[in-house]
Design a protein around this ligand. Structure first.
Ligand SMILES: Nc1ncnc2c1ncn2[C@@H]1O[C@H](COP(=O)(O)OP(=O)(O)OP(=O)(O)O)[C@@H](O)[C@H]1O
Ligand SMILES: [Mg+2]
Length: 296
């Protein structure tokens, strides 16, 4: 079987004059069509960098080595133009920082409609109708009246929902959702997870869902990969990992209080040996993740 996404021996290193940060180390991960993979791990473990590398969006001074095959095409080492073409055929990402995904100079309605006319060939009228429907599906009230609003007229959480609408509206073959629901209340979160699942059923979309929230990971994924310090230290069927975690780090996360491990925040601080001494950009350690720090 050929995979929708096949990452092999991926290394991403940020090399500056002062230090070298190996953000992703020897990662291999495959995602099939219609499959949902949750990517979990502490702050700074490399989840976002891994996701961004699939779209060829690793910032300077990042160096990417290894292989990322999307739909059989190599992503690593492509020019920006070639990457646009690859993204065009079907990878979309909901970014952890909502500001990344929206253009401040266009109304959210026109950005949504644009995607629908360009990508799916909808007429203007169809696109507007569908855009409003998408806004409603991600929990924006009175979407008709908000259609012409600009991104700065929405709160951070609302912008995040619009980014989700934008990404799923493209009907991508692969959706990478980076902490898409962390800042949202439970009802809205449930609605968005439903929307993503419906889309998967309808279109066979593959999904990489990055989250700190183990309950969400469990709900959304069939397979789970646990990242620690740039590496995938454990990977397998989600239920299998919940019932029989193999790696000491995963165990530390799950075994402390498996029954009440509704969220990363509910878990006991994990033992010192798992706290990475690698300084991360936001000075987070694994014992003190701040799930809300990520969304603007
Ligand atoms: N542009 C950059 N320059 C230098 N280092 C970076 C850059 N982007 C990420 N890193 C480093 O790469 C490592 C992995 O970061 P990444 O953002 O992928 O973590 P994460 O698992 O997504 O964390 P979080 O859960 O907080 O979002 C961190 O040590 C981070 O400091
Ligand atoms: Mg991240």
């Amino acid at each position: 079987m050929s995979y929708l996404l096949e990452i092999s021996d991926l290394n991403v290193t940020f090399e500056t004059r002062f230090r070298t940060v190996p953000a992703v180390r020897n990662v291999s991960l495959a995602v099939g069509q219609g499959e949902s993979v949750a990517l979990v791990g502490a702050s700074g473990s490399g989840k976002t960098v891994l996701g961004r590398s699939v779209l060829g969006l690793v910032d300077e001074p990042g160096v990417v080595r290894g292989s990322i095959l999307f739909d059989g095409r190599q992503v690593v080492g492509r020019t920006e133009e070639e990457l646009r073409e690859i993204r065009g055929v079907g990878v979309a990402m909901v970014f952890q920082d909502a500001l990344d995904g929206l253009n401040p100079v266009y109304s959210v309605g026109s950005q949504l409609s644009e995607v629908l006319t360009v990508r799916l060939g909808h007429s203007r009228a169809e696109a507007k109708e569908r855009a409003i429907e998408l806004m409603r599906q991600v929990g924006i009230r009175e979407p008709e009246s908000r259609f012409n609003n600009f991104p700065h007229q929405f709160s951070g959480g609302m912008r995040q929902r619009i980014c989700i609408a934008l990404a799923v509206g493209m009907r991508p073959k692969l959706l990478i959702a980076d902490e898409p629901t962390t800042a949202l209340d439970v009802t809205v979160q449930a609605g968005i997870l439903r929307l993503i699942k419906t889309l998967q059923r309808e279109t066979g979309m593959g999904l990489i869902f990055i989250t700190h929230d183990l309950a969400v990971a469990r709900e959304v994924s069939e397979r789970m990969a646990v990242m620690y310090n740039g590496q995938i230290v454990e990977e397998g069927a989600t239920e299998e990992i919940f019932s029989r975690p193999q790696h000491p780090y995963t165990r530390a996360l799950l075994l402390a209080h498996p029954a009440r491990a509704k969220s990363w925040r509910d878990l006991e601080p994990i033992p010192d040996e798992f706290v990475t001494d690698e300084p991360s950009s936001d000075n987070q350690t694994v014992s003190a993740p701040a799930p809300t720090a990520s969304i603007g």
